[in-house]
Design a binder for this molecule. Sequence first.
Ligand SMILES: [Zn+2]
Length: 664
Amino acid sequence: MKKVDVILTGGSVATMNGDFDLFTPGAVVVRDGLIEAVGPADEIAGAYGADEVVDCSGCAVIPGLVNAHTHAPMTLLRGLADDLRLDVWLVGYMMPVEREFVGSRFCWLGTQLACAEMIRSGTTCFADMYYYEEAVADATAQAGLRAVCAETVLRFPSPDALSHDESLGDNRDFIRRWQGHPLIMPAVGPHAPYTTTTDLLREAAQMAQEFDVPLHIHVAETRQEVEDHQAEHGTRVVPWLAEQGVLDAKVIAAHCVHIDEDEMQILLQHGVGVAHNPTSNLKLASGVAPVTRMLELGLNVGIGTDGPASNNDLDMWEEMRLAALLAKGVTFDPTALPARQALALATIGGARALHMGDLIGSLEPGKRADLAVVELGGVHNAPEFARDPEALYARLVYAAKGSDVRDVMCQGRWLMRERRLLTLDEQALIAEATQTARKIDAFLIQREESVLSKLLVIAQVAQQKVFEVQVKVLLSEPPPEDFLDKPEFVILKPSLRRQYDIYFLFDDPYRSRLRYREDEVLDEGGEVRDVFYRLTLTSEKKDEEYDKSVLLSRSRFDAPATRSLRFYREYFKPADEVMVHKERRRCHLRYGGTDFSINLDRLLQPDLEGVFLEIKSRTWSGQDAERKAELIGELLELFGVQEQELVKQEYLDLALEATRLEGD
Ligand SMILES: [Zn+2]
């Protein structure tokens, strides 16, 4: 009789091998971290002896689940901001918080917390992509779990690298340090085609091939991404990745929601592993990946939870059930993605998608001893029918829960026995995570206090205040064409524009107004030559007033508007909005040694009589301002403007009044 380390016996063993062998009652033999044998319980009892024999009766013994795509440290951001559109969620919340908080300790803590959750629900291997992957790898190895750890590479600065060169260099060192580790497989993680560059992707692919490690990347997650890619590169995402040589590496492609038949064929030809993330794709309303078709073609598909900030947990049981249900729902075919196949995706399919199919994913002699023991005796899983042994898969996929997992082993080491974690102090981890959450709370609460601080977080704002000395005049009719032809003036840069302004109005103490301006510069023929988008923050308060109602106006914060109006609307949540469209004749003029801008505006919306003359000069000191106010007075006289034509209000105020009148 051969002496081994552990024998798990008496349960239903779902091997998930090529023949889907089931043994009831069966046994699994573990020796030196590997699976020594699997078979009927009585046969095993006759051939092997061990000091530790684990009674698994009433349970299923399955391969440890493989989470094919996640961002483990994001457990610390779980529940921070939900039910938002992807860009508002990512740019408005995740990225600012990550910039402020994500460091080595954060990633270590978040990963340990993730490992505790994964062990509890029977996951023994996960494919990660995040920052400070060194800390992720370290925390995972300490927890005793297996992981493919991909260091994120972006074209812009990330929390752990100022540039992608630095990032790629760090990645190389990271791979060298961890290659050959029994639990950790280092990998390269170019985030996605749209967040990297062609060169960066090529370099990442070369590095992955040089070290023979996986390349983990998000592919075709949203329709928008695919449309933008098509517009920029003239081709779909997958063929483009193939052209860049990215698919020559051992690729783990997360999502693949919006890919067509040809793209699936390309993925198949290149042996790409696909990570299907049903919950994340539904929660972020990205769509449903064509998994049924991928499986028909023979693609290696695994299941992932994606990060806990977009799921919001790491429970692979929910994920495989959803994968099965969703496939049926979208194909109107209840036989699509049956339970056995769903469990296969979460085990051997995931292992293959991670390019580790020869090491893990099934209970077969020679493979790593990664397994989970699942209790089937819960009230939600009773009674049991004996007629069809394959019913075990349905019990596991459609009724079992993560909390039914009783014991977990990875590489022959127990990580959980009788629901007690053996490598992690769960309470201490939750306590420290709670402290981190308090700090993030404080940061976001402070940021939400003013429109300005919210603006500063997302835009490259010129943080200094800008003061303007300005006057606005209502002219009953347009001035003559030559009204600027005066010997006293030097005219610079005349232009004709159409400006579409949306004002976001806020009920805050500053009565803040955030203007989103689409500024079209027209050529001689009236065609649009250039378009600029700007965000300008102002408040109602005027700083000072001079003779003839010349104003030293309030502070302004100016930034290019790089995102959509819809994004800003959802991010800032204004109390009210006002739309002002106008045609603006604009020129810069030098008078009295000072630069002024002169704008002649005709309001297109709301429909107000007349033309507005606006004279402005930027200034930063009190005395200077007084001098400029005098000069504006002189200019008004030169233009023959009477005092009663002065208007103190902004167009906005007029517009507001006009809107109110219309409403009456
Ligand atoms: Zn992801």
